[in-house]
Design a protein around this ligand. Sequence first.
Ligand code: PAF
Length: 292
Amino acid sequence: MDRITTIAEQRAWSRARTRDGRRIGFVPTMGALHEGHLSLVAQARAAGADTVVASIFVNPTQFDNPEDLAKYPRTLEDDCRQLAAAGVDAVFLPTAQEMYPDGYCTFVEVVGPLTDKLCAVARPGHFRGVATVVNKLFSIVRPDVAVFGQKDLQQVLIISRMVRDLDLGIDIVVAPTVRDADGLAMSSRNRRLSAESRAKALGLPRGLELARRAFAAGEHTSLKLCENVYDQLLVHDGVEVDYCDVVDIHGFAEADTANDRCVLAAAVFVDGVRLIDHVALSGAAIPVSVED
Ligand code: PAF
């Protein structure tokens, strides 16, 4: 696996593959990799990529909280070992100075219903940072297909919208959320949970599953569905629900009454660690595509 640290070198690498007629798959990450990330590599291959680039860059512009940025886990050597074992051909590892040199002042912002609720409100500026860095990474790596995890549902919807609105011509593949055996969605942040905190965090997938069951049993009032999540989590000290909302995936509007197109999405702090997860209330696969 090639390790690439400069934009010029990554451009030349990608240009050479494209000239050879290769289809480039891209998996952007912030490192601290787990099986969920490795599943994205497999999805890139399944989507027809015959060469795969991953990036590891803890993007400062998407952190609204400097302490969160400082505490973000960094495990570079282990990450590179895992990527090489997963068959990644190149890993792009830029520095913050390489990505945002002195004088940098250009940002990409998706506006409208996708960015006026949930994590966009809870983390002001977060999606502006994500859209900006993903746009930059796309223009450096020049992939044919890029893969993102469904756990970050709002992120992948925003990126799909950006790709469409800016005519970037990149296929976006959404990979299913990978969970540990206890049900917790895999996340780089999970490694910051002690055993005790992890036990509290399990209230999140449990609450989501109870909400799905309540919906199947005929409860459609969003507040009532959300109570399942609150009830599972707020019994613990050190747990705070950042948001818990029912959103119609078509149009991304908050829904007081849930329907088959709705997801229940929540973000929680468990002993200071922020976790997000969601469930499709109908139990069906969520169509992560951008509508007109
Ligand atoms: O999901 C992530 O890890 C990040 O938001 C991404 C897409 C790599 C951009 O920094």
